[in-house]
Design a protein around this ligand. Structure first.
Ligand code: ADP
Length: 421
């Protein structure tokens, strides 16, 4: 199957987010963890490549994104989406602008739009200024982000130092007039040599207009919400056949394991809410540091596969701090990640084929332990968190990777139930 749209995401969570929104269309979406090592042979209509380049050095980020673009083009894609965070996480150096400009050069695209708006999640853009809820970006908690502190709310001013060509604005007054008016404005800006157009959007209807007006552009850039209307437009245009078969889901043996290394407030609630629904084992980083993971592995080996056990290092902030003071932040994290990765592998060896994983870093560790390279997106469990299907050593598995605060209290039970539906 030829790829219709190729997305490049600057981090894993963002990739899952855009993949999940595209999958709502019912069309197959495949998420690649990093740039695939082999040329495309079984590409899906929508391909998303998850990179880890949000805060990488500019040269590295540009090289990775260009390599991802080359792979997507080889898969047949002619339209591309550069997905970054809805809070425009970047520095004066990049990487949003430099990557967009490099992709435009490779594609011969004279102009692109920048629209990180996600109105449903409180990210809106007006007169080029990005708001997080009711606060301008630079007054939101993003002003104190450790790696990409956002100290200006104006996307034109943020973007200008990151690119070599001119930056302009298509404002909300134009967008509200509809796709034709927006196209006319984009042409006017193009005639003035403006290559990078920040585009206002305060509601989903604005995103629908922007997607309609810009769907012919080789490259679109923004948050995941701008990608959501694209499958419907491609169907209207006949680019995507109306009768693309729905993805086939493997049938999996019963039995799941829940592995939680996130210590976020929501994950703490989720672990508490799962109490009594399956056997549970709490991992303590200090014990792991002294005695290794053997006791946990032995406990796990004794649990019936169909009992859906949970193993968690999830702890309250004071316990996390205590462990970090004794072991150091990095070592405490490594102990937990290594143990959960080993348990994931043990679960697979034991015949478990359903995995629920909580924590961004934890998800990375488990994905590496299972050797995951491709995830086919399935049913959404919570906004931004889908079930996915993958192959491990030639066997089908289902896995959901939930970062930090995603999902509601009952996420674990909901996830297990959703897979049965
Ligand atoms: P989140 O998505 O919530 O940020 P992550 O998995 O990305 O979750 O990060 C949590 C980090 O905290 C991981 O490195 C994990 O190994 C570490 N960790 C988990 N439990 C504990 C604990 N009890 N004490 C100290 N560190 C922990």
């Amino acid at each position: 199957m030829t790829t219709i749209l190729g997305c490049i995401a600057d981090d894993f969570t963002g990739a899952t987010d855009v993949a999940g929104l595209l999958a709502r269309s019912g069309v197959s979406v495949s998420l690649r963890l990093g740039i695939p090592e082999t040329p495309p042979s079984d590409a899906a209509p929508f391909e998303v490549i998850a990179l880890k380049c949000r805060t990488a050095p500019v040269d590295e980020a540009v090289a990775d994104c260009r390599a991802a673009l080359a792979w997507l083009r080889a898969a047949g894609a002619e339209r591309f989406f550069w997905k970054y965070c809805s809070t425009f996480d970047s520095t004066d150096k990049g990487n949003i602008g430099p990557v967009a400009e490099a992709l435009m050069n490779d594609l011969g695209a004279a102009q692109t739009v920048y629209c990180p708006a996600f109105p449903e999640n409180g990210r809106s853009i007006f007169m080029g200024n990005l708001f997080v809820g009711q606060q301008p970006l630079a007054e939101s908690p993003m002003k104190d982000h450790p790696l990409t502190p956002m100290r200006d709310s104006n996307l034109m001013r943020l973007l200008a130092p990151q690119v070599t060509r001119a930056v302009g604005l298509a404002d909300r007054l134009t967008v509200a007039k509809g796709a034709d008016a927006l196209q006319a404005r984009l042409q006017e800006l193009a005639a003035d040599g403006v290559a990078h157009v920040v585009t206002d959007a305060v509601a989903d209807a604005d995103l629908a207009i922007i997607a309609e007006a810009c769907r012919g552009m080789k490259l679109l850039t923004g948050g995941s919400a701008l990608a959501m209307p694209l499958p419907g437009l491609y169907r209207q245009d006949g680019v995507l056949a109306a009768d693309v078969p729905a993805p086939v889901r493997p049938s999996l043996p019963p039995g799941a394991v829940i592995l939680s290394g996130s210590c976020s407030a929501m994950t703490n609630k989720q672990v508490a809410a799962y109490d009594g629904k399956g056997p549970g084992l709490r991992l303590d980083p200090l014990t792991l540091a002294e005695e290794g993971p053997d006791a946990a592995l032995a406990w796990f080996a004794g649990q019936p596969a169909e009992s859906n056990p949970i193993i968690y290092a999830t702890a309250l902030p004071e316990d996390v701090r205590a462990a970090q003071e004794k072991l150091g932040v990095a070592r405490a994290g490594e102990m937990v990640e290594a143990a959960l990765a080993g348990l994931a592998r043990a679960a697979f060896e034991k015949g478990i084929r359903r995995f629920v994983v909580a924590g961004g870093e934890t998800s990375g560790a488990v994905s590496r332990a299972l050797g995951l390279t491709r995830l086919d997106i399935g049913a959404e469990i919570a906004p931004g968190v889908p079930w996915t299907y993958a192959q491990v050593d030639g066997e089908d598995v289902a896995i959901t990777l939930k970062s930090g605060n995603f999902g509601d209290r009952d996420f674990f039970a909901t996830a297990l139930a959703r897979l049965e539906a």
